[in-house]
Design a protein around this ligand. Structure first.
Ligand code: IPM
Ligand code: MG
Length: 359
């Protein structure tokens, strides 16, 4: 019997729905080609739903998602609502609720002219960032004292657990091994200023001793930002704590050509996981058919990889790469001149051709 996957689709806010439409269409095409079927369930959560119902993200939705194979999310966030309300409820709700402890963010340059750095091409920028995804300041341990008064105190704790740090480091070592490229893993932290990060230093050394074939490197987050710009080829696989990883991967997305091209997977190996573009909801571009859907389409690729459908995922990546290599697409900015829908169609056209004439 043909395989069937149950996928939750959460288009969300702003440009989320239009880019997700392209991600979903591409998934459907690959399913047809590779001979598996998809059962899609679309969820309405986001700003409009909240304004109508006052519901952010009900526990029942999380429970339903737990029973599916994967989740494809568009973008969450809307300037009409308090900062972070929906992001915390929905994005963090899914990351924490499903214990998706790896935030996997490939940084891969598809064509030299996409990169803002001079003299850098695809041979220089190809790395994987493994961002810890369930701890750090995102864990929500904190609060206020005397809120709104001149004596106000605000506290937000950076939480690291031995288990949480160790499991993400282990994932990163395994990934560096699977990639079989430079066979090295760089730990990025701020252990010189944040004493608690000594936990990362020790766990990295201890877990690393089980991977004698993988070289261990280290960079402080500030220096890592500098090296990403000066010498991006020095990185292969990176493991980094949650907030530093958030920042480092926006820099990484810029090296790839912009937020429009960067995708991420929120992963718990072997369990239902969530895939999304790195970009946000970009409300000012919403509904105009100008946002690039490539982040969502590459998120669909990561989703397929997670489901064990690497061949289907590979078809997506090769088609995106071809589009840039042949200069049918020269930028992923909103001024690229190629619409959201049209970019999706170009990629699917290239994909169909690859299948008709395998290289
Ligand atoms: C990301 C985003 C989120 C994060 C926001 C929207 C909460 O920036 O996925 O990188 O900080 O993790
Ligand atoms: Mg971010």
């Amino acid at each position: 019997m043909a395989k069937s996957y149950r996928i939750a689709i959460l288009p969300g806010d702003g440009i989320g729905p239009e880019v997700t439409r392209e991600g979903v269409e591409t998934l459907r095409l690959v399913a047809g080609i590779r001979g598996f079927s998809l059962e899609l369930t679309t969820y309405p959560f986001g700003a409009d739903h909240y304004m109508k119902t006052k519901e952010t993200f009900p526990p029942s939705a999380l429970e339903e998602m737990r029973g599916q194979d994967a989740i494809l999310l568009g973008a969450i966030g809307d300037p009409r609502l308090p900062v972070g309300l929906l992001e915390r409820a929905i994005i963090s709700g899914i990351r924490f609720g499903l214990d998706l402890y790896v935030n996997l963010r490939p940084i891969k340059l598809f064509a030299a002219d996409l990169c803002p750095l001079k003299g850098k091409g695809p041979e220089h920028i190809d790395m994987m960032v493994v961002r810890e995804n369930t701890e750090d300041v995102y864990a929500g341990i904190g609060g206020f004292l005397k809120k709104g008064t001149p004596d106000e105190v605000a506290v937000q704790e950076m939480i690291f657990t031995r288990k949480g740090v160790e499991r993400v480091i282990r994932y990163a070592f395994d990934l560096a091994r699977r990639r079989a490229k430079a066979r090295k893993l760089t730990l990025v932290d701020k252990a010189n200023a944040v004493g608690a990060m000594d936990l990362w230093t020790r766990a990295f050394a201890e877990v690393g001793s089980e991977y004698p074939d993988i070289a261990r490197e280290h960079a402080y987050i500030d220096a890592a930002c500098m090296w990403m710009v000066k010498d991006p080829e020095s990185f292969d696989t990176i493991v980094v704590s949650n907030m530093f990883g958030d920042i480092l991967t926006d820099l990484g997305a810029a090296l790839q050509g912009g937020m429009g091209v960067a995708a991420s997977g929120n992963i718990h190996p072997g369990r239902v996981s969530m895939f999304e573009p790195i970009h946000g909801s970009a409300p000012k571009h919403a509904g105009k058919n100008v946002a690039s859907p490539i982040g969502s389409i590459l998120a669909a690729q990561l989703l397929l990889d997670h489901l064990g459908e690497q061949e289907g995922g590979g078809l997506i990546e090769e088609s995106v790469a071809e589009l840039f290599a042949t200069r049918q697409l020269r930028s992923v900015g909103t001024d690229s001149g190629v619409g959201t829908r049209e970019q999706g169609e170009l990629i699917r056209g290239a994909l169909r051709k690859r299948v008709a004439t395998p290289t």
